[in-house]
Design a protein around this ligand. Structure first.
Ligand code: UDP
Ligand code: MG
Length: 341
């Protein structure tokens, strides 16, 4: 393990969507850093269905420097998928993901590799300040992290963007997560491993403008919450329970009122109690269904049950006879996915 980290091969995965003007400056800035940091390296662009000159620009860069490589997706699949494609194709012992717009400064890379060589498997850049974003966007971001931390079973690395280094082990773990709605921030911390932040200042976009408007960001936040928690499915149980309790209390009140004061509006109490109680019961049963849907959801995501970071005095051999059928086959040396045949 540590051998691979000294004689290292480094891959930089960069999702590209209409970034033609940024690519050459980016490569020019990355190359000297990589020459210094790694024995072997590659810059792997993933062209996410760009409509501009990005791909021909990449071809030109590849002709000048064969270690600049690229995948070109057939259409725009979105950044998250582009990154997944890049991780599948990257060769490195460590893979760094960064944006194409130079908001992620290449000067941080030596810090990444240093941390990696010290033995950290995940190194993530932590935005030191977000003043380049409007106060409203910052407020929403903070709100999102807050809500996610309260609801989610997975803790996000606060203020971590998509500028990260992953050791090969972590890359293999990420590749096992085949879910469709990819909330990568959540996946990055879900896989675990020893991780450490490196603070950095987010730069200005070099050319073009950000593809993430409020609508997309909201969608993204909702993706995150729905793929990492089942709380939205379950709240109805609690709400239904509260309403039912309210109905019972109202019923009691009406009974007492009828006994001691007399009935004011005949029929009204029965109606109100019946309606609220039924509403409560219905919400509770929706919540019940939600519980099961949540479990089905957890199963269909088919995340691995666990991820092994290291073996001590133990071969990476599958369990054989006597093992429960669900605990046997292995996928990759490091990662086991029970229940898969
Ligand atoms: N990107 C992509 N596919 C998309 C949108 C964006 O590959 O559908 C890439 C884009 O080229 C850039 C990175 O994702 O390298 C971040 O995008 P952007 O700068 O627009 O987002 P922001 O920095 O505002 O979060
Ligand atoms: Mg950007």
């Amino acid at each position: 393990m540590s051998d691979a980290r000294t004689a290292s091969q480094l891959s930089i995965v960069i999702p590209v969507f209409n970034e033609a003007a940024n690519l050459a400056p980016l490569v020019a800035m990355l190359t000297p850093v990589l020459e210094q940091e790694a024995a072997e390296w590659e810059i792997l662009f993933v062209d996410d269905g760009s409509a501009d000159q990005s791909l021909s620009e990449i071809r030109r860069l590849n002709a000048a420097e064969p270690r600049v490589r690229a995948l070109s997706l057939s259409r725009n699949f979105g950044k998250e998928v582009a990154i997944a494609a890049g991780l599948d194709a990257a060769h490195g012992d460590a893979v760094i993901i960064m944006d194409a717009d130079l908001q992620h400064p290449p000067e941080v890379i030596p810090e990444f590799t240093k941390r990696w060589r010290e033995g950290h498997d995940v190194v993530y850049a932590q935005r030191r300040d977000r003043t380049y974003e409007g106060p409203l966007k910052r407020m929403f971001t903070r709100l999102f992290y807050h809500v996610f931390a309260r609801l989610g079973e997975t803790q996000l690395y606060e203020e971590a963007g998509d500028f990260q280094l992953f050791d090969r082990k972590a890359v293999e773990a990420l590749r096992l997560l085949g879910e469709r709605a990819r909330f990568s921030k959540g996946l990055y911390s879900w896989i675990g491993f020893k991780s450490i932040p490196v603070p950095f200042e987010v730069g200005e976009r070099l050319h073009g403008k950000s593809r993430y408007n409020y609508r997309k960001l909201l969608h993204f936040a909702w993706d995150g919450i729905t793929s990492f928690t089942t709380v939205p499915l379950r709240v109805w149980t609690y709400l239904g329970f509260l309403i039912s309790v309210g109905a019972v209390i109202t019923a009691l009140y009406f009974v007492l009122e009828a006994l001691f004061v007399g009935v004011k509006t005949p029929g009204f109490p029965t109606l109100i109690v019946a309606v609220t109680l039924l509403a409560g019961v219905q919400l509770m049963s929706l919540g019940m269904i939600g519980e099961y849907v949540g479990r089905i959801f957890a199963e269909v995501k088919r995340r691995p049950l666990y991820i092994v970071a290291e073996r001590v005095g133990l071969e990476a051999a599958p369990l054989r006879s006597g093992a429960a059928p669900t605990a046997a086959p292995r996928q990759k040396d490091e990662v086991m996915r029970p229940g898969q045949s």
